[in-house]
Design a binder for this molecule. Structure first.
Ligand code: CO
Length: 134
C-alpha cells in the first residue's frame, strides 16, 4: 500500500547550523528556511537524488516537536513520510488493522499543500509515520 519514501524528518534546535552541515559538510542541495506557523515549525528541505530530508526547527509556543527536542537535545530522526495514492483508503485500511491515527483521525493539509496524517509510533516499530497523498 505505501509507496515511495517521501522524506525523513530530523528535528533540530538550530536549523541554520543543521542546514550548514547538510550543504557544507555533506555537500547536499538545501532550500532556504520557510516558517510554517500553522504547523509550529520552520522547515528546510535537503534535496537528495532519491528522497528528501526535512529539517524541522520549533516555531512558536506550542511546537509539536518541542517535547521531542527536550528528550533528544542534539536532535534526532522525528518521522518518516511514505507516499500513498489515496489517503482515505489508506487510513480506513490502517484503522481496520488496529492502527491509531493521531489527532481527530482526518487528513490535514501539510506543509507542501498535500493531504497528510500521522500514525502512532507505538503501532509502527517505535517510529512516527506520516502518510502523504501524492
Ligand atoms: Co514530514
Amino acid at each position: 500500500m505505501i509507496g515511495r519514501l517521501n522524506h525523513v524528518a530530523i528535528a533540530v534546535s538550530d536549523i541554520a547550523a543543521a542546514a550548514k552541515i547538510y550543504s557544507g559538510t555533506l555537500g547536499a542541495k538545501v532550500t532556504a528556511p520557510v516558517p510554517q506557523p500553522d504547523h509550529g515549525v520552520t522547515t528546510v528541505f535537503v534535496e537528495l537524488p532519491n528522497t528528501k530530508i526535512e529539517l524541522l526547527e520549533p516555531l512558536g509556543e506550542n511546537s509539536p516537536i518541542a517535547a521531542f527536542l527536550e528528550r533528544n537535545t542534539s536532535g534526532g530522526v522525528h518521522h518518516l513520510c511514505y507516499e500513498v495514492e489515496d489517503i482515505l483508503v489508506a487510513r480506513d485500511k490502517l484503522v481496520a488493522e488496529g492502527a491509531r491515527v493521531l489527532g481527530d483521525g482526518n487528513p490535514k493539509m501539510g506543509a507542501h499543500n498535500k493531504l497528510i496524517l500521522f500514525l502512532h509510533p507505538k503501532d509502527f516499530c517505535g517510529t512516527l509515520v506520516e502518510l502523504e497523498q501524492v
